[in-house]
Design a protein around this ligand. Sequence first.
Ligand SMILES: Nc1ncnc2c1ncn2[C@@H]1O[C@H](COP(=O)(O)OP(=O)(O)O)[C@@H](O)[C@H]1O
Ligand SMILES: [Mg+2]
Length: 239
Amino acid sequence: MSEPQLLVTDLHVAYGPIKALRGVTLQANEGQTIAVLGANGSGKTTLLRAISNMLARQQGSVRINGADTSGVRPHQLVREGLLHVPEGRGTIGRLTVRENLRLAYDLRPTELSFEAALELVFARFPRMKERLGQLAGSLSGGEQQMLTLARAIVNRPRLLLVDEPSLGLSPVMVDEAFSVLREFQAASMTILIVEQNVRKTLSFAHQGYILRQGQIVASGSGAELLHDPAILSHYLGAG
Ligand SMILES: Nc1ncnc2c1ncn2[C@@H]1O[C@H](COP(=O)(O)OP(=O)(O)O)[C@@H](O)[C@H]1O
Ligand SMILES: [Mg+2]
């Protein structure tokens, strides 16, 4: 048996005196979607930032494809196939749509030409073709979210970390975002999603973890958690 693609063991992260993660352990096998759910302030963003080495850890380990990532620079992790879609989208407003896509494409070597990668984006989001020369900062909120997902389409990561993709979106755009994530899932991408949108997320995740004040307090298959109203209402107020 090979190791899971992502293995986080006893992870502790603090901001000075504030202990944001207190011993988080989780794993994702290749092609699996795992969800980490938790209220605002529970440590979700900290977890993703620690996995992509944008934050130092006090204790514990993160292994990707069997290799310990401690000391590996974030951009090197990206080259190896880890893409982190941050909270607040991660697009660069003063660059054009095309330039934003080019940057995401260049982060990671691939056999696909940039032009061919763009065609994949246009097939999914015809609107992006019309917006190609426009500054990302001039796009509507929904279009910026499309651009965020389009960055993932051209980057083609093996492991995608997504921070609250539904935040601030209209219901139609939330559905759109989840449908793109389902396509990534169907293409065997490994996905770690953190969300407050409990039901939508659990209905597509293979495995779910509930994070509370920096600790995993429950876990199970997406379906198990979805059908356990006691857990959902107790920890998330979402029963
Ligand atoms: N840059 C920071 N400096 C100090 N404390 C922070 C910082 N970022 C987050 N925190 C604290 O760490 C905890 C977890 O935050 P965060 O990971 O952003 O949670 P979530 O993404 O689940 O809302 C919270 O108590 C938050 O106030
Ligand atoms: Mg957050």
